[in-house]
Ligand binder design. Structure first.
Ligand code: FHN
Length: 427
């Protein structure tokens, strides 16, 4: 097992879904595709493989600037960055030696996207990770685990192309494409973590204990620090996974022994979908981050860049707003630990050790300004309490089973205010 200290400390990362599917962006031949995730285009229409591959000729993100992406992540308060090196369609964002179905050999763009991002991450001190679709690869090399339960296939050619592979065919893909590419990714870019993706009943059929061990063994033989997530087999992950990944947009209400994270979307689709307007509010997104942190978990917020390589204005605006909140409240997130008293009805709690003292960060979600909230279980002596954003002192009063903390009326305009309470455990 690798060391997850940095991961739990950093708490917040950016997830990117970007590839050939970003070009049609959820609309194929004038019609909105059936599946609401635009990256599922190939399966959802379904598009015969040869026709789908033609999309590579129009992938030319002339405005892509790795530095701008990583800056946007950093300014949002994110400390790590994760991108789809290869999604289910099998297309690769780096010049893999294993297949010419990649950004350098098959597109007019011809640049190593992962390489440029790795450089920008290094320069900005951001940890880099890769999403690699290991069990599902629709490129016809044997990894075509079917999605027939998810979308209806009524095209004869596509139906013939996309059926569950035999174990022999899958093994050929596994040995011939999947494992060599994972090795290549680690050897070329030295990622801090890998994010594998399975769900549903077929994951155990293909991600057998033997294959999981083979993958984890390979990762560890190439890197002693690269983390592996549990969605290598969501149904039954190996104990050797370093951290747990929840299902998409799932926010648990419990703590876990291992490091864990939720990956969530800004709107609905993971990749850019031109008809997706289901944007979550900035406040809601911050609540997901805080909620997970209060239970010892991380949050990976996804952006689907447009085909020209830029982020949508609606995405950028949210990232900037989250960044403003993190600028003043970030210490209540980074390096904090789970609430010692679980969840509370008025908000969430994170804590941090500071020498002898313990800092309690009270995230006020449902407190009327001008009233007080009760922190049940906070029985040690409070030495100081302030509104984190402004530094304004707030009054506290102890009782046998907890502490009353006042929330000043004039702070009513703050977005998701945090009160920092310093506690002397000896008191
Ligand atoms: O099918 C994928 C989906 O496209 C996306 O990549 C998400 C991210 O967690 N994972 C799968 C669905 O759970």
């Amino acid at each position: 097992m690798a060391d997850t200290t940095w991961f739990t400390h950093d708490r917040f990362g950016m997830f990117i879904h970007w590839g050939l599917y970003s070009v049609p962006a959820g609309v194929w031949k004038g019609k909105k595709i059936r599946k609401s995730y635009s990256e599922w285009l190939q399966a959802s229409v379904p598009v015969p493989r040869a026709e789908y591959r033609e999309l590579a000729k129009s992938f030319n993100p002339s405005r892509f600037n790795a530095d701008e992406w990583i800056r946007a992540a950093k300014q949002a308060g994110m400390r790590y960055f994760l991108i789809t090196a290869k999604h289910h369609d099998g297309f690769c964002l780096w010049p893999t030696r294993v297949s010419d179905y990649n950004v350098v050999d098959a597109t007019p763009f011809g640049r190593d996207i992962l390489g440029e991002l790795a450089t920008a991450c290094r320069e900005h001190g951001i940890k880099l990770g890769f999403y690699y679709s290991h069990w599902m690869d629709w490129d016809g090399t044997g990894g075509d685990v079917s999605y027939q339960d998810e979308v209806q296939i009524d095209d004869e050619v596509a139906a013939r192309e996309y059926t569950h592979p035999s174990q022999e065919a899958f093994e050929a893909y596994w040995q011939g494409k999947c494992l060599p590419q994972v090795r290549e990714l680690i050897e070329s870019y030295d990622p801090a973590f890998l994010w594998f993706d399975t769900w549903g009943k077929y994951s155990s059929e293909y991600m057998t204990p033997r294959r999981q061990e083979e993958m984890i063994g390979l990762v560890h033989s190439c890197s002693s620090s690269c983390l592996v997530n549990s969605r290598i087999n969501f149904e039954s992950p190996s104990d050797r996974c370093d951290y747990l990944s929840m299902m998409d947009n799932c926010y648990p209400n419990t703590t876990f022994e291992k490091a864990w994270e939720t990956s969530g979307t800004l709107n609905h689709s993971w990749a850019y979908h031109k008809l997706d307007y289901e944007w979550k509010s900035t406040g809601q997104l911050i609540k997901y981050l805080v909620g997970n942190a209060s239970l010892g978990g991380n949050y990976q917020l996804n952006v689907g860049p447009m085909p020209d390589g830029t982020f949508q204005p609606a995405a950028l605006r949210r990232l900037r707003e989250i960044g403003c909140w993190m600028d003043v409240n970030g210490e209540s997130i980074y390096g904090t630990a789970a609430s010692p008293v679980g969840t509370v009805e008025w908000g969430r709690i994170t804590i941090r050790k500071a020498g002898e003292a313990t800092l309690w960060y009270l995230h006020l979600w449902n407190v009327t300004p001008g009233t007080a909230l009760f922190v049940n279980g906070l029985v040690s002596k409070v030495t100081r309490a302030i509104i984190l954003e402004s530094g304004q002192p707030v009054r506290t009063q102890s009782s046998d089973c907890g502490t009353w903390v006042s929330f000043p009326k004039e702070a009513s305009g703050l977005l998701l205010p945090v009160i920092k309470v310093e506690v002397d455990p000896r008191g």
